[in-house]
Design a protein around this ligand. Structure first.
Ligand code: DGT
Ligand code: CA
Ligand code: CA
Ligand code: ZN
Length: 575
């Protein structure tokens, strides 16, 4: 899939354009950034769209204009983008990685380049170590420290890619293998199948009569940058998106065993193997064997788990968090599924920082089978997101009410994403909030506040009684920004007392609450909402990442309020 590679180039073009001091290229910068966002969140391969309808089809996408569509076409046809190459010659800087470091934006990259010659993360690290950054105007010791922390975080996360990038790529490759006619079964295993928020490498399993032609076909795919190890049963390549991918060809009679082996995380597998040994078996990726070496199971995963005396747990649970015990007791929970979801509580429109109108968002949600959405545009403190004040909200809510009356096939709930201010108060008046069906409370500013103060701030907001859902709770960005420092246990307790629902924001870079935190929050008996935080019509598709995360936290249908019908939801929030 080309999407991620194109998005990265567009982001860099935008960054490089900001550095052009001879001309005002603000609009061009915006155009490339917008286009990058669109391509990045697109679930369909842009090459497929292009094949379908050429440039015109590309220009149908939100934020894609003539020049960005042209650049996409050029990249699909030639694997190059002249505009990028030209700019790169002028600015030989590793923007992609430098801007991943917390505290560093495009502007500071340029300043660091001009004044200290910093071209990449290694240069930056040296500059920090020599304390060169604190001497720079506008930086100071504090930002040097922050950058130093950012570098450490960057290094710790290196090499792991967002599930939202890895999964569509894996699916594209799996689909192409399937279509080749050279394979029988194809399945994505490993952490991707477990829906882990980041993925170290892709693991694809296939069954085939002959393995050589499969590997030949696989290594020649346009997604592949170079071969790392080519073997008849296992081939490893580096993909153009910067992730490695293993393809293994297995025999049909071992398919289940291989799938089990390459799905469960290591600890889950180790435990399972111990249980097999206790039962007098041997378990490996080829099957489950008795003492004489005779195969007892192997064709399917279910066969293997059953022979070991347990039910088969969903892949998302296979992390050795106690799932083996409850599967043995035949007590597995029935996890929430995407089909259970009836609505979305976190949706932005062009009334704040979304791309689309209320009607367009409602229509897109309806087409995906949602029966209601809550429109939750930003409050005034979010100036960069065009947040609205009380007066503007009064008009906005009027408009939502008018829309509510005429909307067909979908119900609209009135809401807002309201900033929880530094002191724990909320960014809109009670009168404005009283008109809403429910509210989202979010932290967007003063993120580096100390633990105690932050905990108090959030609890104070909950105690106003005006926060229905705590949106993207820890405000982390995976591989980008650390979570806020907060005593979650205390906050969960307060949420329980004040009937605050915990959000699972489905955006792949957020997935917040995380699987781990959901696991903790669940023990307080809290309710959850799985929301897409959609800023454009294509974002609704990202729901599956929120579902995967919820399932990794073992949530069931009754834990999740989006599984309620519209009438039940209205009743729920009235309480
Ligand atoms: P990743 O790639 O770091 O995101 O995580 P995984 O879980 O995909 O790990 P990976 O690719 O190293 O291995 C794929 C699967 O193979 C993994 O889910 C569990 C299994 N596996 C890997 N190493 C071992 C091992 O040493 N023993 C056992 N029993 N299983 C292993
Ligand atoms: Ca893997
Ligand atoms: Ca692997
Ligand atoms: Zn937000």
């Amino acid at each position: 899939m080309y999407n991620q590679r194109i998005a990265v180039l567009f982001y860099e073009i935008a960054d490089m354009l900001t550095l052009d001091k001879n001309a005002d290229r603000k609009f061009e910068v915006l155009a490339y950034r917008k286009a990058a966002q669109t391509i990045e969140s697109l679930q369909e391969d842009v090459a497929d769209l292009y094949k379908k309808g050429g440039l015109a089809e590309l220009m149908e996408l939100p934020g894609i204009g003539k020049s960005t569509a042209g650049a996409i076409e050029e990249f699909i046809k030639t694997g190059k983008m002249a505009k990028y190459d030209d700019l790169k010659k002028r600015y030989p800087i590793d923007f992609t990685n430098l801007t991943k470091i917390q505290g560093i934006g495009a502007k500071s990259v340029f300043r660091l380049y001009e004044s200290l010659g910093v071209k990449n993360v290694a240069d930056l690290k040296k500059a920090v170590e020599k304390h060169r950054i604190r001497e720079l105007e506008g930086f100071g010791a504090k930002s040097e420290e922050e950058i130093s922390k950012g570098i450490a975080q960057f290094e710790a996360s290196k090499g792991r890619m967002l599930l939202g990038t890895a999964l569509p790529e894996a699916e594209t490759i799996a689909k192409k293998l399937q279509k080749s006619g050279l394979v029988e079964k194809v399945i994505i295993s490993g952490s991707t199948r477990r829906m882990k928020e980041t993925v170290g490498d892709l693991d694809i399993l296939v069954t085939a009569k002959k393995s050589e032609p499969v590997m030949e076909f696989f290594t020649k795919l346009p997604e592949v940058e170079r071969i790392i190890v080519a073997g008849p049963t296992k081939t490893t390549v580096l993909l153009g998106i910067g992730l490695t991918c293993d393809v293994r060809v297995v025999e049909d009679k071992s398919f289940g065993a291989a799938l089990q082996y390459f799905t469960g995380n290591k600890d889950h597998n180790v435990k399972l193997r111990e249980i097999a040994i206790r039962k007098g078996y041997k378990l490996n990726e080829y099957g489950l064997f008795d003492r004489k070496g005779k195969s007892v199971a192997g064709r399917t995963e279910e066969e293997i788990y059953e022979a070991l005396g347990m039910d088969t747990m969903p892949p998302e649970m296979r992390e050795d968090h106690g799932e083996i015990d409850i599967a043995t007791a035949h007590n597995l929970p029935k996890l929430v599924q995407i089909e259970d979801i009836k609505g979305d509580f976190h949706v932005h429109t062009n009334h704040s920082d979304g791309d689309n109108t209320i009607a367009e968002m409602a229509d897109a949600a309806r087409r995906l089978g949602r029966s209601y959405i809550g429109i939750s545009d930003h409050s005034k403190s979010e100036r960069i997101a065009n947040g609205m004040d009380d007066k503007q909200f009064a008009k906005h809510l009027d408009e939502l009410e008018r829309f509510q009356e005429k909307a067909e096939g979908i119900k609209i709930l009135k809401s807002a994403e309201i900033d929880i201010l530094k002191d724990g108060s909320l960014d809109l008046s009670d009168k404005t909030m009283d008109r809403m069906d429910y509210t989202l409370g979010s932290i967007h500013t003063s993120l580096s506040m100390g633990r105690e103060e932050m905990t108090k701030r959030i609890i104070k907001a909950f105690e106003t009684g005006y926060v229905s859902i705590w949106a993207h709770p820890t405000d982390r960005l995976i591989n980008g920004r650390a979570p806020i420092n907060v005593d979650l246990e205390k906050v969960f307790e307060s949420a329980k007392d004040n009937n605050v629902v915990m959000e699972i924001d489905a955006l792949p870079e957020r997935l917040d609450l995380s699987d781990e935190n959901i696991f903790k929050a669940r023990k307080y008996g809290l309710k959850f909402s799985i929301d897409t935080d959609s800023h454009s019509i294509s974002n609704f598709e990202l729901l599956r990442y929120g579902i995967g995360t919820a399932r990794r936290g073992w949530l069931t249908k009754s834990d999740v309020i989006n599984t309620l019908g519209y009438d039940q939801v209205v009743k729920f929030f009235k309480k």
